[in-house]
Design a protein around this ligand. Structure first.
Ligand code: GDP
Length: 334
């Protein structure tokens, strides 16, 4: 959703929007051939200005929300967990209606005022315009409140690029996941806040040739038993399958993390079950402390031993991902 993740502007309340539109408009004055002509030109300019501000603002709100139709995308799945999408769709529809209605009204009232001959008639038309526009905007005041709430929810989501090939790191706490993310990221990984856990999600990047890959550690999601999850957490975990091209499952055979191998194997099994179809590289970490004779990959994220081999295996898998290929490929001329 990187491209869909447009910045949603602050949403004004109905009264704030009306004040903004009418206050700006009232500052406009125009001169004309005579007094009445000047009044008419001023009225038209004010109708136009308030109409433009209102429709421009409402249209910007509607456009700034991500498309609701796209599923099978990590960020969109999370959006669906946080926001009542049917309600949001209805509100955006109502706001769109208000925008069109104000637009049509503005043209109507400009036409009406063109035909007016007297000042008091023009004044009546002006008042009627403001009254009618206010009424339309007040009709959607709850919708404006609702999209403002949805905006606050969406702002809590981390900025994760979903069109970049991504490796998701899993394993119990203290097995060495963040140490691994630090080691393989070219720049210091960013920590983004995340509505599904109190801990931040860690996002790093690295390059292989001309392609950039992403590495993500999701503390609180893939680091304990699935059975103990609430529904929202379960769905957030499942959303990860749209993000992950590859999972690296970090195991700590030294058990200095505080988790027995048996527990770690059982978490590995649930990750396998929940992410069937996604390649999982199993890595035993902390070989500086304990080295088993299993045929898994082995490394020490602390000393760096074996990390290059793990990195090669990660690159080999991610290079097969089709994500980001279309946008990133250089265009050939001719
Ligand atoms: P996470 O909770 O899985 O992200 O684990 P961390 O990366 O924070 O590591 C937990 C602790 O284990 C830290 O004190 C690390 O320094 C230590 N650690 C990580 N990798 C290794 C390793 O390969 N060998 C040793 N001896 N300690 C490690």
């Amino acid at each position: 959703m990187a491209s869909q993740r447009k910045k949603i502007p602050t949403i004004l309340t109905a009264d704030e929007l009306l004040n903004k539109a009418f206050h700006r408009a009232v500052k406009i004055t125009k001169t004309g051939d005579d007094r009445m002509d000047g009044k008419k030109r001023t009225a038209h300019a004010r109708f136009n200005a308030s109409g433009d501000i209102i429709t421009g603002t409402l249209d910007k709100y509607v456009r700034s929300f991500p498309s609701m139709e796209k599923r099978e995308d990590f960020m969109m799945e999370l959006v669906h967990l946080l926001v009542d999408m049917d309600r949001l769709k209805k509100s955006l529809g109502a706001i769109n209606w208000a925008s069109h209605t104000v637009k049509d009204m503005t043209s109507d009232f400009i036409r009406k005022s063109k035909n007016s001959q007297k000042q008091d008639q023009l004044e009546r038309i002006r008042k009627e315009y403001y009254g009618r526009v206010s009424s339309v905007i007040h009709q959607v005041q709850d919708d404006l409140k609702h999209i403002s709430f949805a905006r606050d929810q969406l702002k809590r989501l981390p900025t994760i690029e979903t069109d970049v090939p991504t490796v998701v790191i899993a394993g119990y706490p203290n097995v060495g996941k963040s140490q691994l993310v630090d080691r393989i990221s070219t720049a210091k990984p960013k920590i983004a806040s995340y509505p599904f856990t109190t801990k931040g999600i860690t996002i790093g990047h690295f390059k292989e040739g001309w392609r950039t890959f992403q590495v993500v550690d999701t503390p609180g999601l893939l680091d304990r038993d699935f059975e103990s999850r609430n529904d929202i957490e379960k769905q957030a975990i499942l959303a990860l399958k749209y993000l992950a091209d590859l999972i690296v499952f970090v195991i700590d055979p030294s058990e200095t993390s505080g988790y027995k191998m048996e527990q770690q194997m059982s978490l590995l099994e649930s990750v396998k079950q929940n992410f069937s179809g996604i390649k999982i590289i199993e890595v035993e970490n902390k070989i500086d402390l304990t080295r088993t004779d299993s045929d898994r990959m082995k490394m020490s994220a602390l000393t760096g031993e074996g990390v290059d081999e793990v990195m090669k295996a990660i690159n080999a898998e991610l290079l097969q991902s089709k994500k980001g290929l279309v946008e990133s490929q250089p265009l050939t001329k001719g």
